[in-house]
Write a protein that binds this ligand. Structure first.
Ligand code: AMP
Length: 425
C-alpha cells in the first residue's frame, strides 16, 4: 500500500469554503498558546505563545510568528486576561489584523470533559460552569482552561467560542476498557474511571491515516502512539477507540517526559507511610519528577541520546524502560485488536526520533511488524516506514491538534459534528 499524492486525497473539509479562520487557544497554568488556522487548507496563518504568566519575579516571554517572521517580547504578564490582551495586541501590531483574518470561531482546548462531553460544544455560561464543575477531576489543567475561556469571551464577545475536549474521542471506549476494578460504589460516587487524553490527536491521526492511504477509516485497525512530552497509546478499531493508556488523569500508561506512567498504586501508600510525603508531594513526584527526567535527569530525547552516547548508564536505562513499556502496550493492543493494519507514530518524539521507532518495532517480524532502516531515517510529512512485505504498515503521521480543534470548532458552530456534544450523566 502507498500514500496517495495530496491532490488525490479527498478533502472532506472543502465544504467549509465560506468560513473564515479559527483562533485556537490552549491555556495552560502559566502559558497561553494560540494559533490562527485556516480550517479548510489546514495552514497556520499565525501562531504564538505567552509564557510565564503570573510567575512572581519572572518576566513573561511572548513570541508571535506571522508570514515567516518571529517577533519576540519580554514583559510583565499578570494573568491570563493580560496574556490574551498581549496576544491580540500582537495581531494588531505585527499582523494579520483580526478584522483581515475574519475570525469565524474561537476554539478552546479543554483537557477534561469528564463523562459529560463526547464532542465539541459551543460555549455559553452554563457550559463554562459545567467545565468548572469538572475541576476536581483535573485540578492541574481545567482551572486554566476555564480562565482562558472566560477572558476570551470577554475580549472576543462577538464570535462563537467552542470547547474541544481532550477526553471526548475516548468517550466511545467500551465499559470493559474504561472501568477500573475497584469498589463500584466508590468509583461511581467519585467519577473514578478511565477517561483518556490526547483524544483530539488520536482522532486526527486515525482519520489522517485513512485519508492518506485512500481507505475508509471504518476498514482500518490502528494503534496510535502519541509520543510527545506527554505520551499515550490507543487501539482504534474502525475509527472507534477500544482502549487507551491514559486514565482518570494523564498520568497513567506510557513512560513520559516527566510522568511515571503505570506504577503499582501501592507506591503511593508506601511513600506516604515511609517517606512522609504528603499528597501534593506525591502528585509532584509522579507528574513532574518522574518518567525520563526522573530516571536520567533530562526529559528531551535529543539530550537523552547525547547522554547515552557519552556512556551514561542511567540514560541508557531510561531509554530501555521507555521502550519496554511501549512494546508492552503494542503487544496488548495487538491482542485486543486481533488484526493491526497500521501503527502510527506521532508528536515530538514519535515524529522525529527514528531510534525510538526502530526499537519499538524491533524483532516483531513474527507479528508482521517491521521498520525499514532507510525509510525510518528519512524525514518528511506523513510517510510509511515499514518494508513492503509487512502485514502491518508502520507510519509517521505528524499530528496537528490545532487544526483538528479548528475543524471541530467549525463543525460545532454549524451543527455538523457527528457525535452529539453533551451526553447525560
Ligand atoms: P511535544 O510534546 O509533542 O511537543 O514533544 C516534545 C518532545 O519531543 C521533546 O521533549 C523531545 O523529547 C521530543 N523531540 C522534539 N524534537 C525531537 C527530535 N528532533 N528528536 C528527538 N526528539 C525530539
Amino acid at each position: 500500500m502507498s500514500i496517495l499524492p495530496a491532490a488525490e486525497r479527498p478533502n472532506p473539509y472543502s465544504a467549509y469554503g465560506a468560513h473564515g479562520s479559527v483562533l485556537v487557544l490552549n491555556s495552560g497554568s502559566s502559558s497561553l498558546k494560540y494559533q490562527l488556522v485556516n480550517p479548510v487548507g489546514g495552514e497556520a496563518i499565525a501562531a504564538g505563545t505567552v509564557e510565564r504568566i503570573g510567575e512572581t519575579g519572572a518576566t513573561g516571554i511572548v513570541t508571535h510568528t506571522y508570514a515567516g517572521n518571529k517577533t519576540h517580547r519580554e514583559l510583565e504578564v499578570a494573568d491570563h486576561g493580560a496574556a490574551l490582551k498581549i496576544a491580540l495586541g500582537m495581531f494588531d501590531e505585527v499582523g494579520p489584523t483580526l478584522a483581515d483574518a475574519g475570525i469565524y470561531a474561537v476554539g478552546h482546548r479543554v483537557v477534561h470533559g469528564g463523562a459529560e462531553f463526547s464532542g465539541p460544544v459551543v460555549v455559553d455560561d452554563d457550559i463554562v460552569d459545567r467545565i468548572e464543575a469538572l475541576v476536581p477531576l483535573a485540578p492541574l489543567h481545567n482551572p486554566a482552561n476555564v480562565q482562558g475561556i472566560r477572558v476570551a469571551r470577554d475580549l472576543l464577545g462577538d464570535v462563537p467560542h467552542v470547547a474541544v475536549f481532550d477526553t471526548a474521542f475516548f468517550q466511545a471506549l467500551p465499559a470493559e476498557a474504561y472501568t477500573y476494578a475497584i469498589d463500584r460504589d466508590v468509583a461511581r460516587e467519585h467519577d473514578v474511571r478511565r477517561y483518556g487524553f490526547h483524544g483530539t490527536s488520536h482522532q486526527y491521526v486515525t482519520g489522517k491515516v485513512a485519508r492518506v492511504l485512500g481507505r475508509r477509516v471504518e476498514d482500518l485497525n490502528t494503534i496510535v502512539l502519541h509520543l510527545g512530552n506527554g505520551a499515550s497509546a490507543s487501539a482504534v478499531r474502525g475509527g472507534v477507540p477500544i482502549d487507551t493508556s491514559m486514565g482518570l488523569t494523564p498520568l497513567e500508561g506510557l513512560v513520559m517526559g516527566t510522568r511515571s506512567g503505570d506504577v503499582d498504586p501501592a507506591v503511593v501508600f508506601h511513600l506516604a507511610r515511609n517517606a512522609g510525603m504528603d499528597i501534593d508531594e506525591l502528585d509532584t513526584l509522579l507528574n513532574k519528577r518522574s518518567g525520563v527526567l526522573g530516571l536520567s535527569g533530562v526529559n528531551d530525547f535529543r539530550e537523552l541520546h547525547r547522554l547515552v552516547e557519552d556512556g551514561d548508564e542511567d540514560a541508557a536505562l531510561a531509554f530501555d524502560v521507555y521502550i519496554h513499556r511501549l512494546r508492552k502496550y503494542v503487544g496488548a493492543y495487538t491482542a485486543l485488536l486481533g488484526r493491526v493494519d497500521v501503527i502510527a507514530f506521532t508528536a515530538g518524539v514519535g515524529e522525529n526520533d527514528a531510534a525510538v521507532r526502530a526499537a519499538v518495532c524491533a524483532d516483531l517480524e513474527a507479528l508482521g511488524i517491521a521498520v525499514d532502516d532507510e525509510r525510518n531515517a528519512a524525514r518528511g510529512a506523513e510517510r510509511i516506514i515499514s518494508p513492503d512485505w509487512t502485514k502491518t504498515l508502520v507510519m509517521v503521521i505528524p499530528t496537528m491538534e490545532e487544526l483538528a480543534i479548528a475543524r471541530q470548532s467549525v463543525e460545532a458552530v454549524d451543527g455538523l459534528h457527528p457525535t452529539s456534544a453533551v451526553t447525560s450523566g
